[in-house]
Design a protein around this ligand. Structure first.
Ligand code: ADP
Length: 502
């Protein structure tokens, strides 16, 4: 049954995990595909942007050169005999031209030469061009770098589309001597370098398109989806672990309850069969001597008392459990009186079991607000255990004292003791240490659980010191403040204890 529950829970977690895994894999695949698509687009866009811009720059260069010759020819048409002033005016309006010479067809010896002022002249490599006019020839030298500057405004036009000035889709630049033309992948995007046509063949246009997938980390949707999936898987595994742990605990509790029922039925059966046997013997055997008859009557009476005590115990425990959410009935109690009357009730029983008993009760112990029945039950449980878990040395010491902030009731024995590994668990419901002589030490493993619960409800605690083979000391520590507010009794997840007395 439990096994099948475990399998079905694990199976559902497995299905969830597989589902999450598939989801993670699909989202990874999709984002990878998306990224591929975006990359292809970005690469193509960089190529188009570089090529188109390069062609635009080429045509701007051609236009610049053409416009310069047009401008001269217009000047020449207005002033048929060009002089050096006209030539320098022309030079000034085309700032990329560094020097020019005009050679008239009619008289080449009257050529005019103009050069820009020496402070503007640069050492950069110059190129030469010439063109014929209606009356002569103009040859000029120009600085290609300045020609580049002249056409640079073309870069501001986004080649295909533009969303906004601050967010261009391609970043364009004019570069010199690029290491190579064509496309290149960078960590955060793509570049494409397209060469310019002569005369600016030493220059190229470089377009850069940034992609959102370039980096790793949170901003990368692909890695983000993977991390989210990993976190979901971890949480699922945690859920599975918690469910399994809960199930394991439940299984342990069920196992312990099984043991309890076995114990309870055994504890009930033994006195009942002894009573029946005694009663039958008394009824059938007429030849019994007076002494034998008295012995049987005593045995029957002992078992009846034992049985009624057990039943009372069960009913008491059930009563406590039923009113677990309410406070106990706290009334003023004299600890000294409580303990004295308890010991006088149980003394003969303890002694009949062959025990030596010493009692140390302090005179001055203040009156306390206790639930009398509950405290008695706790002490009886401790005495019962001391009797049950003693071997050859049969000794019990009971003490009551008052210290600065506690009233302490102590029950000490020289019995079998408790192994240190068991010490932390003896207060757990149904927990019993392993005994080689289990039959003689019957119990349900609930006594100390109840003792602890009773102490908690009184705002106190139980202390235990024990050495295997030497003996155990249990101490009930009650807080001394009589004005203490009673705490509700914590719910006990236990079945009523039956027959802790053997
Ligand atoms: P039960 O006595 O019915 O088994 P308890 O809750 O009273 O249940 O005790 C739990 C366990 O603690 C016992 O089974 C026993 O192993 C151990 N124990 C309790 N009191 C003593 C004691 N005085 N000496 C040795 N072991 C003890």
């Amino acid at each position: 049954m439990l096994r099948s529950i475990r399998v079905s829970i694990l199976l559902s977690f497995l299905i969830i995990s597989v589902g999450l895994g598939v989801l993670a894999w699909r989202s990874y695949e999709l984002s990878a595909r998306l990224e591929d698509g975006v990359n292809t687009l970005a690469m193509q866009y960089a190529g188009y942007a570089a090529d188109i811009t390069a062609r635009r720059i080429d045509s701007a260069v051609r236009n610049g050169i053409f416009d310069a010759s047009e401008e001269w020819q217009q000047l020449e048409r207005k002033t048929p005999n060009p002089d050096s002033e006209m030539l320098s005016q022309w030079l000034k309006s085309n700032e990329w031209i560094t020097s020019a010479i005009y050679v008239p067809d009619s008289d080449p010896t009257h050529s005019i030469f103009v050069s820009e002022p020496p402070n503007r002249a640069t050492a950069a490599a110059k190129l030469t061009r010439e063109f014929y006019t209606s009356s002569g020839l103009v040859r000029y030298t120009y600085d290609p770098a300045r020609l580049v500057e002249h056409v640079r405004p073309v870069l501001h036009q986004q080649p295909l589309m533009q969303r906004s000035q601050s967010d261009p889709q391609a970043q364009l630049a004019i570069v010199t001597t690029p290491s190579r033309h064509g496309e290149a992948r960078l960590t955060d995007g793509f570049t494409y370098v397209a060469p310019l046509a002569p005369p600016l063949q030493g220059y190229s246009i470089r377009a850069f398109v940034r992609t959102a997938y370039g980096t790793s980390g949170w901003e990368n949707a692909r890695y983000f989806s993977i991390w989210v999936s990993v976190a979901a898987l971890v949480l699922t595994a945690l859920g599975a672990y918690l469910a399994m742990r809960g199930l394991k605990r439940e299984a342990e509790t069920m196992k312990l309850r099984g043991a309890l029922i076995a114990n309870v039925s055994h504890e009930l059966r033994t006195p009942l069969s002894m009573i029946r046997l005694g009663a039958e013997t008394l009824k059938r055997s007429s030849k019994l001597t007076e002494k034998q008859r008295a012995e049987i009557e005593d045995a029957v009476l002992r078992e009846v008392l034992h049985l009624s005590h057990m039943v009372e115990n069960v009913l008491d425990v059930a009563r406590i459990q039923n009113r677990s959410t309410k406070a106990l009935a706290f009334t003023p109690v004299r600890p000294r009186d409580l303990l004295t009357s308890l010991i006088s009730t149980y003394e003969s029983w303890i002694k009949s079991r062959g025990f030596e008993i010493t009692v140390q009760i302090e005179e001055a112990v203040d009156e306390q607000l206790w639930d009398r029945d509950a405290v008695e039950r706790a002490v009886v449980n401790l005495i019962d255990n001391a009797v049950k878990y003693s071997g050859d040395i049969k000794f019990i010491a009971i003490a009551l004292r008052q210290v600065s902030d506690h009233v302490v009731i102590e029950v000490r024995d020289r019995g079998i003791g408790i192994a240190s590994t068991d010490l932390s668990r003896i207060f757990d419901p149904y927990y019993r240490a392993q005994f080689s002589d289990t039959q003689t030490r019957r119990g349900a493993g609930l006594g100390l659980t109840l003792v602890q619960q009773i102490m908690v409800s009184h705002g106190g605690r139980v202390e235990v010191e024990s050495t295997p083979g030497i003996g155990s000391t249990f101490r009930l520590l009650f807080p001394r403040e009589s004005s203490r507010v009673a705490e509700p009794l914590p719910a006990l997840n236990v079945l009523p204890e039956i027959g802790s007395r053997s």
